[in-house]
Design a protein around this ligand. Structure first.
Ligand code: AMP
Ligand code: TRP
Length: 324
């Protein structure tokens, strides 16, 4: 059997956080061993919320560095910037001509925006269509993402079926790959970790910043001496991601026993997070010292991704009647 084609994207709307890491980056890095992997920095998508050009450039670079530092290997996976392959937006237009408005009205990113009584832009409304184009333009089979993206992959599948029914089998129908273990990583306040909630823990902050963030995790007011419930604690939920099982068990026992305050548990969590990212931090420092490296990786990625995207686009242009 042909190895699967894997595709995923991450928005450069800030520094990647541990929700991104466990939900998408680490699974993506694991997938690079198992097929042809394409990972991109979704800068067109970021334009729905980042309006500062200097910041956008900074975030794009930061995402590339973080991803490479965490183990994305350009010899195994293609890393590129979305806007280096403008065929994504071309395909998005063709797809949008077959996208029923109600399908987009039903998408949660748009609904959340409305619920906050903000006025969504057309770009935000049409975002799932661009995301469908991102996926379909590479004939992707597998899309490793966090749980919050499941609905968008469903939209992609619906659009692929619709186009195939209308024009013949032009698209591969992809599947989302979502890790069941902790599909949604909690943030400092216990809600889903998300840049828009301001509750994130980034992968490579200064030691002081990281400690401050972790010490700021929201807890209830159970006194030090009282027993505490490990199952409802985001400290334990996060610790589970970073510490070996025996340490996690010890924390759970200490929670139930009482006599240990949340501050103490947070210190343990801080230690585990800091140690966990130590090798990646060293690697990131090395990569940063060679400014041309990231540019080279992205330029090479753009070329490799662009060649495939153009081939698929030619097939689609012909199928819909834009070309012979
Ligand atoms: P974004 O920053 O929205 O571009 O997200 C990039 C990837 O990280 C997507 O696959 C998301 O599903 C995933 N992700 C973001 N936040 C979380 C979270 N709190 N838990 C799990 N996955 C997440
Ligand atoms: N919408 C995704 C997110 O917010 C990012 C993304 C854009 C993406 N295009 C994609 C993910 C294509 C997977 C495949 O996380």
């Amino acid at each position: 059997m042909h190895p699967p084609r894997i595709l995923s994207g991450i928005k450069p709307t800030g520094q990647p956080h541990i929700g991104n890491y466990f939900g998408m980056m680490r699974p993506a890095i694991e997938w690079q061993e198992r097929g042809e992997a394409f990972y991109f920095i979704a800068d067109y998508h970021a334009l729905t919320s980042v309006f500062d050009p200097a910041k956008l450039r900074e975030y794009v670079r930061g995402v590339a560095l973080d991803f490479l530092a965490c183990g994305l290997d350009p010899a195994k996976a293609v890393l590129f910037r979305q806007s280096d392959v403008p065929q994504h937006t071309e395909l998005a237009w063709l797809l949008s001509c077959q996208t029923p408005m109600p399908m987009l009205e039903n998408c949660h990113a748009y609904k959340d925006h409305l619920a906050k009584e903000k006025t969504p832009s057309h770009g935000l409304f049409a975002y799932p269509v661009l995301m469908a184009a991102d996926i379909l333009i590479y004939d992707a089979n597998v899309v490793p993402v966090g749980k919050d993206q499941k609905q968008h992959v469903e939209v992609t599948r619906d659009l692929a079926h619709k186009m195939n029914a209308l024009y013949g089998p032009i698209f591969t129908v992809p599947e989302a790959s979502i890790l069941p273990t902790l599909a949604t990583i909690p943030g400092l306040d216990g809600q889903k970790m998300s840049k828009s909630y301001g509750n994130t823990i980034e992968l490579f902050p200064e030691e002081k910043t990281l400690r401050k963030k972790i010490m700021g995790i929201v807890t209830d007011s159970t006194p030090v001496e009282a027993p505490k419930d490990p199952a409802s604690s985001s400290i334990v939920a996060l610790y589970r991601l970073f510490a070996p099982p025996a340490e996690v068990e010890k924390m759970e026992v200490d929670f139930r026993a009482g006599g240990t305050g949340y501050g103490d548990f947070k210190k343990r969590l801080f230690g585990a997070v800091w140690d966990f990212f130590a090798p990646q931090r060293a690697r990131r420092a090395e990569l940063e010292a060679d400014p041309g490296y990231v540019d080279g990786v992205l330029a090479d990625g753009a070329q490799r991704a662009g060649a495939i995207a153009e081939k698929v686009m030619q097939r689609v242009r012909t199928a819909v009647g834009l070309r012979h």
